[in-house]
Design a binder for this molecule. Structure first.
Ligand SMILES: [Zn+2]
Length: 207
């Protein structure tokens, strides 16, 4: 993995699903880029600035080895991605040309959130000649095909938690919980005889 791109419908999706993997692979030399498609203005709690999620994303990505110049942000309205399918695809095609990633992380094929589903469907169109991995957000998927594993250690999970904690505007969410992420990493690790791991749906892999 030389150059990887995270497609995040909303700013925190990449960190919650793949934060340990980004930390590990960044340290091993992968150049990660992060594309977030909505500032989720409609969902920002009272008392926070309207673009707070993009400010938090910049700080979170720093813990995972992604500098601000490798973050691309867009202004699509949260929950309404299905109405913006074609412009989203066109932005992805521009990302493909400008970044030229070998591997793309995106929501998995069984994610039921409408915005996530659009990013998956347009993602496989735009990046069909790249390696593609579908990431896991347990509360969004009835089924998840765990095919591809990245072994992690506690340092990677510490970085993931530091990144998640930057999302102070989302701290009220029940899933913003370290025990949940460490527990899931332990379960995924147990499938491949290691202590911790993150798992991905293998959408496409080209050697
Ligand atoms: Zn999301």
């Amino acid at each position: 993995m030389t150059r990887a791109l995270i497609l995040a419908p909303h700013p925190d999706d990449g960190e919650f699903s793949s934060g340990g993997t980004i930390s590990k692979m960044s340290k091993e030399g992968t150049e990660f880029w992060y594309a977030a498609f909505s500032p989720c203005t409609k969902s920002v709690p009272k008392g926070f600035e309207k673009d707070v999620l993009y400010q938090e994303l910049e700080r979170a990505a720093g813990h995972l080895g992604i500098p601000p110049e490798r973050i691309k942000t867009f202004q699509f309205p949260v929950r309404d991605f299905p109405e913006h399918r074609q412009p989203i695809l066109e932005e992805m095609i521009k990302l493909r040309s400008s970044i030229n990633p070998d591997t793309v992380f995106m929501p998995n094929s069984k994610d039921v959130h409408q915005d996530h589903h659009v990013i998956y469907e347009e993602g496989v169109r735009a990046f069909k000649n790249c390696n593609m991995l579908g990431y896991e957000l347990p509360w969004n998927s009835f089924h998840f095909s765990n095919d591809f594993f990245v072994k992690l250690n506690m340092d990677h999970l510490d970085d993931k938690w530091r990144a998640i904690q930057e999302y102070k505007s989302q701290a009220f969410r029940q899933y913003s919980d370290r025990a949940l992420f460490d527990g899931l990493a332990r379960v995924r690790g147990s499938k491949v005889n290691t202590e911790y791991a993150e798992a991905f749906e293998l959408i496409r892999w080209i050697v």
